[in-house]
Design a protein around this ligand. Structure first.
Ligand SMILES: NC(=O)c1ccc[n+]([C@@H]2O[C@H](COP(=O)([O-])OP(=O)(O)OC[C@H]3O[C@@H](n4cnc5c(N)ncnc54)[C@H](O)[C@@H]3O)[C@@H](O)[C@H]2O)c1
Length: 283
């Protein structure tokens, strides 16, 4: 059993904390305000209760997991963690500030991991004094359900750090896949251009939205069509990732579809705004 620091109690951070607690680790959860921490802790408690209902945990294990969660709003509170997984807002300067604030409180052997979807692990590692102990651990949403973790070494990451990240992901019941540090890793490098191409198909009138999604579901056995999936992820998030791919790989094949840009300008961001490629009436 290890002590894991999780920074950010949002969508991903609370999920990462949940799976680490479920696996028997101790977790210290950090966010910027007590309210956000309480909201995260509440979601974790709900998730653990659901694990008991689904017979993934016994009541005694749930009680122990709840007792193993500590929270803090102060970087010093993460000093005893062996691993720190950062899951804060997807902005490079915010992430670098987090690692700088942690460094004075953490012994040199503490491993820093980032759950970033698109920022270079090599660049984040270089901003710390422990680039060899820095690694990407890219979890998927919803974390308690999705099996995959992309484990991403930066150029400077030591092989032992990669081994430890793989062992940690495995201990939490995940299947780690080692992927090198290129923008989008494998997941978004393959998924986002597929979604973008589906939007081109819609814009050019190859088929309507339901037609495009049905082809991919019925012909390729995808559980969701690319446009439904874009609505779930958020069209703004998809556009941001396409822009990062386009700018950093400098290849026109990643050009964001003009219809995607137009829909984001209109505020049609998918499920979260009630309208994307489909409509989601408010209850
Ligand atoms: N949402 C997804 O589907 C998904 C999937 C894989 C990876 N990611 C990545 O995970 C990270 C988090 O995404 P999310 O969807 O959980 O975002 P989110 O907005 O739900 O949560 C981010 C949390 O970080 C906190 N935070 C911001 N600055 C902080 C600071 N200085 N110190 C401590 N906490 C701080 C915020 O208060 C918020 O609670 C991002 O890097 C994102 O790219 C997201």
């Amino acid at each position: 059993m290890s002590t894991i620091g999780v920074v950010g109690a949002g969508q991903m951070g609370h999920g990462i904390a949940h799976v680490m607690l479920r696996a028997g680790h101790r977790v210290i959860l950090l966010d910027v305000s007590q309210n956000l921490i309480e909201a995260g802790a509440k979601r974790i408690a709900k998730g653990l209760a659901r694990d008991v209902e689904k017979e993934r945990l016994t009541e005694e294990q749930r009680r122990q997991a709840v007792a193993n969660l500590k929270t803090t709003t102060n970087s010093a509170g993460l000093g005893e963690a062996l691993y720190i997984i950062e899951a804060v807002t997807e902005k490079s300067d915010v992430k670098v500030k987090v690692f700088h604030s942690l460094e004075p409180h953490c012994p040199p052997e503490t491993i820093f991991a980032s759950n970033t979807s698109s920022i270079s692990i090599t660049r984040l590692a270089a901003a710390t004094h422990r680039p060899d102990k820095f690694v990407g651990m890219h979890f998927f949403n919803p974390v308690p359900v999705m099996k995959l973790v992309e484990v991403v070494p930066g150029l400077q990451t030591a092989p032992e750090t990669v081994d430890k990240a793989i062992a940690l992901a495995t201990s939490a019941g995940k299947t780690p896949v080692r992927v090198n540090d290129f923008t989008g890793f494998v997941s978004n490098r393959v998924l986002m251009p597929m979604i973008n191409e589906a939007v081109f198909c819609l814009m050019e009138g190859v088929a309507d939205a339901a037609g495009i999604d049905n082809v991919m579901k019925l012909g390729m056995n995808h559980p969701m069509g690319p446009l439904e999936l874009a609505d779930l992820i958020g069209l703004d998030v998809c556009l941001d990732i396409m822009k990062v791919l386009y700018e950093s790989l400098r290849d026109p094949k990643y050009r964001p579809c003009p219809l995607l840009e137009k829909m984001v300008s209109a505020g049609w961001l998918g499920q979260k705004t009630g309208r994307g490629f489909y409509e989601y009436p408010r209850e």
